[in-house]
Write a protein of this length. Sequence first.
Length: 531
Amino acid sequence: MAKTSDGTKLEKGKKRRPSYRSKEAKIDETAEFATLIADWSSSPIKFVEDMWGLTPQPLKPQYEDVEINDLREIKEDWFEPFVKGKHITWQQWVILLGLEMALSGQAPRRIAVRSGHGIGKDALGAWVILWYLMCFEDAQIPCTAPTADQLYDILWKEISVWLYKMPPKYRDIYEWATAYVRVKAKPETWFARARTGRKENPEALAGVHGDHVFLFVDEASGVDEVVFTTMEGALTGQDILVIIISNPTRIIGYFYDAFHKDRMKWQNLNFDSRQSPIVEEGYVREMEDRHGVQSDEYGIRVAGEFPKSDMMDDKGFVPLFLEGDLHFTEDAAMPGSKRMGVDPSGEGDDETIWCVRDGQKLKVAAREQTSNDKSIAQKTITLMSYYEVAAQECAVDNFGVGANVGQQIALIVPGTEVLGINLGDNAEDKDLYANRRAEGFWRFKMWCQSGGEIVFTKGMKEELLSLRYRRDMQGRVEIMSKKDMKKLGFKSPNMADAAMMTFVKGFQTIVQRGAAKVVKTGASRRPYMRK
């Protein structure tokens, strides 16, 4: 059996079953229950086995006596095949082992887990919350996540699922409610509680006291710093446990620090979706096709890696484009079907810009220093005709002076309806992007990385390299606003915005070795994006 460097065996969930009464031999149930609690309180692995009949994914014989210095040494190929309904995954087992080591004093009582999707973290969260409530009198478990969906619709629902699967005599100990799970014997002092962790709700992890406190934070990378600052005030009792688990979406904040400057205080675990026996079929391939294996998105959602941190500013913004992403050409020929993007401007320092692209190339088609809605509409119609761009392939930013451009075009050429886009609206894929501007720019970035070429125009390279992005509190891509860019001394990226407008529709064309590949991007086409 695998063991730590000091010789302590790592329990895999031995088949120790509680005894049950028979007509011939009655057992003192109180004594029996006390014995079980004593066993369970030091082994959540045994608790999971006794409650749901799930045992750890078996180790291969050659690894049963391996000496382990660090739980991160344990790998996928150490294990026999996983059987659904019989086993907990090897990744879930490692987290529970970390919890057992914390209980025995072999490791810190703080556990930080970064992972891709599909490792079974929601089920694990339900198990450990129900375990702690069962085993420790007057246990108090504040639970939080950055969104109500994650906390109530996923984690709290998962608790109800596993609670229902418990043997009735144990299930009846608990009372499940929308925001609480209470132990019926002492509901006011013995409970798990759900509160979203946002800046305006800094007390999500506060207000609990006692000898047995367990803090559980789901999608911790997106929880505001002020929530964790409040949490630290509670970390004074010797029996307090902490688990924070998340896709590693941001390179600033408490969760990031737990793996970097504060790592000595934590057990750090990292799991890759590709090594999970329960990840949904096709998920990894879809992420590879949509984003590429070198992308931050693939790193975060599959490999469980933090985004690249080069050149991050004090607000967490990093460059959207690197020089290596950009490919310029003097050849302006575009034989493929085309799209047009229009970034309107009125009277001021900014220009109105028109960009056109096909699957392979993008160019600035026209620019105008002083504009109004009628002049923009007239020039747009002319350029649409010249480049043979269909109305449904022409996207206009309808903020400000652009708000009436579509109407003017329809008045000039009746029946012509271009796409008026409000870039502040929800993205088509609102789980990944803060708004349509972020979604459009990210598609533009991917197109460039896949080999798309930009016809050289003075100033375009500088605009693209000045763009900045970060992950918001929900882990979505957020692009620095024009207003904030100007405060930092950057020129308004008008050409870049017009180019981005050619990517705001519901699909994108990615260039791969000269062949165009259409990749669907609507949120409804994301069947594998479950945790």
